[in-house]
Design a protein. Structure first.
Length: 339
């Protein structure tokens, strides 16, 4: 299947996190003939019922793995295109990247290159379940090229993330007599205001750490003093989290409780000759792999600025360019391993 046609076909397979089955089956069926034709293997590894990773590999050893995720964020919508772009859910995050990696694999196999693999995982958009599962069943890969939208620039660093639930409790009362109650919402607002005033770290490479209040909920009715309230916050980390955690704890003291949900560390990543570099503020599956699939590189077509939006798209010229980039990276890294 031609590159753009494969991208469109993948976009039209709804694979919102938790519902990757259809796309996973498509990839398994698509890669099967390619594996058999060149003496390789393709397999499904169950992560949860009806959710599995896809791994295809060729050669005696595994020097390099091309990897990205199958799942997307909601809502699902199919493809459309114009002369320069393909639009649709997952166009850049990461259905177009999957297509590029597969086409790069086809080109590599035709030239006789072996000792590389393709790993497509579930769950990156929520909890990296597929990557964590793959880390427990590593195959000896020396390098992993992770695909995310970086405009085909090699990311030499990515921010981490620190996610909390902030929970406040109070006492219900009639709003006409607030002195009889204790508003959890007021406590939560005070805690969040303190958080917003915190000075956060700045890193010379990754830039400033940032804090986002993503959700707020609580209360019973406008005429009832709220007995409970909660918010979800996410901090983009640029280094060690110790001081940030301590500052957040001080900010909520006397107002609310902090419940840590997730921490993903900030990363410094490798570079290769001939590739323009960048730094990204988003997180990826790379920390979940834990180094078990080799030294990581991060690159892919499209921009994160349109990912997760209703205007998600990927430039066609970047798709074409990415196929050559992935091919060149695999060849370069395989040569490095063989020395």
């Amino acid at each position: 299947m031609e590159l753009f046609a494969l991208t469109r076909a993948l976009i039209d397979l709804e694979s919102v996190t938790g519902n990757e089955l259809q796309a996973g089956n498509f990839l398994f069926d698509y890669l099967g003939p390619l594996a058999r034709a060149y003496g390789g293997h393709v397999e499904r590894t169950e992560v949860e019922p009806d959710r599995f990773n896809i791994f295809a590999h060729w050669g005696e050893a595994l020097a390099v793995t091309l990897s990205t995720h199958i799942d997307t964020v909601p809502p699902f919508f199919g493809w459309r295109e114009d002369q320069t772009h393909i639009y649709g859910r997952g166009a850049c995050d990461t259905k177009g990247i999957i297509a590029c990696m597969i086409k790069a694999a086809e080109a590599l196999l035709e030239t006789g290159q072996r000792d590389f693999g393709l790993l497509f995982v579930v769950g990156e958009e929520r909890n990296s379940a597929g990557a964590y599962h793959a880390a427990r069943a590593a195959r000896g890969s020396r390098f992993i090229i992770n695909g995310e939208p970086t405009e085909n620039k090699l990311a030499v660093g990515s921010k981490g993330s620190l996610r909390y639930e902030v929970a406040a409790s109070g006492k219900m009362a009639h709003s006409a007599y607030p002195e009889l109650g204790d508003s959890a919402i007021h406590k939560l607002i005070d805690a969040l205001a303190e958080m917003r005033r915190l000075p956060l770290p700045v890193d010379p490479l990754l830039g400033p750490s940032t804090l986002n209040i993503g959700t707020i909920s609580g209360g019973r009715a406008p005429n009832v003093i709220a007995d409970e309230a909660r918010a979800e916050i996410l901090v983009r980390l640029v280094g060690d989290s110790t001081e940030t955690k301590q500052a957040l704890a001080r900010a909520v003291e006397g107002h609310a409780q902090l419940l840590e949900v997730l921490e993903i560390p900030a990363l410094r990543l490798g570079s290769l000759d001939g590739l323009e570099t960048t730094v990204v503020a988003f997180t990826t599956d790379i920390p979940a792999f834990g180094g078990q699939w080799g030294e990581p590189f991060l690159i892919g077509p499209g921009t994160i600025h349109v990912a997760h939006t209703l205007d998600e798209c990927v430039p066609k010229d970047q798709l074409v360019q990415a196929v050559h980039i992935y091919q060149d990276m695999v060849e370069q890294l395989c040569r490095r391993v063989s020395k």
